[in-house]
Write a protein that binds this ligand. Structure first.
Ligand code: SF4
Ligand code: SF4
Length: 381
């Protein structure tokens, strides 16, 4: 019953997750040669990892790291799942005394925060990144190779994931706009609840239909959905609505506005796309990542950690290079884990270009310009 309630809450409120106690979990009947896995302390992830390991009959030691209750991907990006976090759980769990080996399997999706070389240098463990999804762990272990198969490194955005992210997106959008909408109820009493009824299904539909809606990911796809919904609404209003033309125009405009906003916000809930202002508003490709060939030592790590298959090995030079730039979502995992700083990019140096950082960057650059002007006017003593 409690699990059911938690599942229900996670269907809507992932922005407010609840952590589980970090520490060591025994899965099945592990011995001194059993694999040691690391995961985050996001309740849903821990539950999924435990149930998948049990289902697949894998006896293992599971280290649940203290990531503030956040999932591996977001905690890695936020700096809450790093080499330090892994070292802390290794030390506090006492795992070193329980096994004879030093093989550590890390969640690949935390590669945007965990620097594997740092972890190797600072411990006697030999960490590796495992598959992107826990369902592929059995195949990875049976293969008994240090590298994951390429197909197990790539993330997808399945129908189930899209539905869950759509419900969370809808909840988030409603939460964000509820106060401004309530403020309008003084003039238009029914607008707030009608808008909530509109925003939630639009969010779910935008997430579910994202691969089929025309246009680029972001505002363009949101507007495509908005045009479809607006057309259906106009037909409905014509036959049953009994609206004045002005009311109809206002509602169509509102549907398009909300759809554009939902389309803009949707990528931040997906594992596949970058939250970049220019890309999401204008549909232009603003992301750049490139390998400097002279610096590449062909360690494979960029390819191992990239969740969208951006890199490939050039058979002639034997160096890695960018083969699918469009797929880059600027997660930073390759940059974090390239041992020679061979990967040039336009999103890790300085300020990230997500909307929040964009605003913070804008404010601080205006502030520094004002400071400069102020200083230049100071009298020279
Ligand atoms: S670019 Fe960096 S991470 Fe990728 S293979 Fe070359 S050295 Fe390794
Ligand atoms: S190429 Fe892009 S998507 Fe792939 S690991 Fe690097 S930053 Fe992430």
């Amino acid at each position: 019953m409690w699990d059911l309630l938690k599942d229900f809450w996670l269907l809507f409120g992932r922005l407010f997750p609840f952590p589980v106690e970090p520490g060591l979990r025994k899965v099945g009947d592990p011995d001194r040669s059993s694999p040691v896995l690391v995961t985050c302390n996001f309740e849903l992830t821990v539950r999924e990892v435990l149930s998948t390991l049990k289902r697949d009959g894998i006896d293992a030691w599971l280290l649940v790291a203290p990531t503030k209750g956040v999932n591996a991907w977001c905690a890695g990006g936020a700096g809450d799942f790093t080499a330090d976090t892994v070292i802390s759980i290794i030390k506090t769990s006492g795992i070193s005394k329980l096994v004879d080996h030093r093989r550590l399997i890390l969640p690949q999706l935390a590669a945007n925060g965990i620097n594997i070389w740092d972890l190797r240098d600072r411990t006697d463990w030999r960490p590796r990144f495992g598959p992107a999804h826990i369902k592929d762990l059995k195949a990875y272990l049976e293969r008994n190779k240090t590298l994951t198969e390429r197909k197990h490194r790539l993330v997808d955005f399945s129908v189930k994931d899209r539905f869950v992210m759509g419900t969370n997106l809808g909840f988030n959008v409603c939460l964000l706009l509820i106060l401004p909408l309530l403020a309008t109820s003084y003039w238009i009493p029914s607008l707030w609840w009608k808008s909530l009824l509109l925003m939630f299904p639009l969010s779910v539909a935008c997430s579910l239909l994202v691969f089929w809606l025309p246009g680029k990911v972001g505002v363009q796809k949101g507007l495509s959905l908005g045009l479809i919904v607006a057309a259906i609404f106009v037909v409905w209003a014509h036959f049953f609505g009994g609206m004045t033309p002005w009311a109809l125009i206002a509602w169509v405009g509102w549907i398009l506005l909300v759809s554009a906003f939902v389309g803009y916000d949707m990528p931040s809930w997906s594992p596949l796309w970058r939250q970049d202002l220019k890309e999401l508003l204008l549909g232009v490709n603003n992301t750049h990542v490139e390998v400097v060939p002279d610096k590449c030592i062909t360690c494979h790590m960029c390819d191992v950690v990239c969740p969208t298959g951006v890199f490939g090995r050039n058979p002639e030079t034997n160096k890695y290079e960018v083969v699918n730039l469009d797929a880059c979502e600027a997660c930073g995992a390759c940059i974090e884990n390239c041992p020679t700083d061979a990967i040039v990019n336009n999103f890790r140096e300085g300020v990230c270009s997500c909307p929040t950082c964009f605003i913070i960057d804008g404010v601080s650059s205006v502030k520094s310009k004002l400071d400069q002007q102020k200083n230049s006017k100071l009298p020279i003593i």
